[in-house]
Design a protein around this ligand. Structure first.
Ligand code: SF4
Ligand code: F3S
Ligand code: FES
Length: 248
């Protein structure tokens, strides 16, 4: 069964633009990305959109659909009323390059700022051993498809451009948590998380978790445990004494 939907799509860039209305055909089983592609084939051939897998795995097609951050390829048209206006806009937190395509380089910068896995120097590759329980703890975080929906949603940067410099965002704080939980990682992640990557800015609103298409429990399983580790160390009397002695 086909019907005509009413799409309202952002056309423009960071400087200027407008929402443009398009009546467009919808067929059974289609997702929002199918409709955007139909617009490209018909009424809006120069509409810019980023996508790749159409299977919820590449993380490219992130956008805001009726104001909600989602993957366009995983948003079924059947979840909307046929007479509903469906508004598709680019991710709000990042600069718009054109139409639905944003410049997500903020995330690449943040990724580069985190030192990579640092195994103990006396172990050669191939000699690393870890318990299954430790493997499982971080397995969830490795499902991340780098769609940046969490980074786009977190109010710390969404509403405060000025925080971008000092806040890595949920995806990369989760990366630090993953490394900190790794039994063979020898780097000091906790102090860096707090002092350099802005862990303290996170006030556990959990909006990041709500939008994650991989259903990773970013806040409960990564950010809160990382905060607890930082606090435990800060108030651990042995660590406190050690710091005092060595700072002298
Ligand atoms: Fe996307 Fe989830 Fe990864 Fe964030 S943690 S980038 S929402 S997959
Ligand atoms: Fe932001 Fe997620 Fe923390 S939305 S405030 S990083 S819990
Ligand atoms: Fe790959 Fe949507 S096109 S996640």
């Amino acid at each position: 069964m086909s019907y005509e939907a009413h799409f309202r799509v952002w056309r423009g860039d960071d400087e200027k633009g407008e929402l443009v209305d398009y009546p467009v055909e919808v067929n059974e089983g289609e997702v929002v990305l199918d409709i955007i592609h139909r617009l490209q084939q018909t009424q809006a051939q120069d509409l810019a959109v980023r996508w790749n897998c159409k299977a919820g795995k590449c993380g490219s097609c992130s956008a805001e659909i009726n104001g909600r951050p989602r993957l366009m390829c995983m948003t079924r048209m059947s979840t909307f009323e046929e007479n509903e206006v469906i508004t598709v806009t680019p991710l709000r937190t990042f600069p718009v390059i054109r139409d639905l395509v944003t410049d997500v380089s903020f995330n690449y910068t943040k990724a580069r700022e985190i030192p990579s896995f640092a195994p103990p120097p006396d172990l050669e590759p191939g000699e690393y051993r870890m318990q299954q329980v430790d493997v499982e703890r971080s397995q969830e975080f490795r499902k991340c498809i780098e769609c940046y929906l969490c980074q786009n949603t977190c109010h710390v940067v969404r509403d405060h451009e000025e925080n971008k410099e000092n806040f890595a965002g949920p995806r990369y704080l989760m990366r630090i948590a993953e490394l900190d939980m790794h039994p063979l990682d020898a780097a000091d992640r906790q102090e860096a998380a707090q002092d350099e990557h802005g862990l303290g800015y996170c006030n556990i609103t959990k909006c990041c978790t709500e939008v994650c298409p991989e259903h990773i429990k970013i806040t409960d399983n990564a950010l809160i445990p990382l905060k607890e580790r930082v606090v435990d160390r800060k108030y651990d009397p042995v660590v406190w004494l050690g710091k005092k002695i060595f700072k002298r």
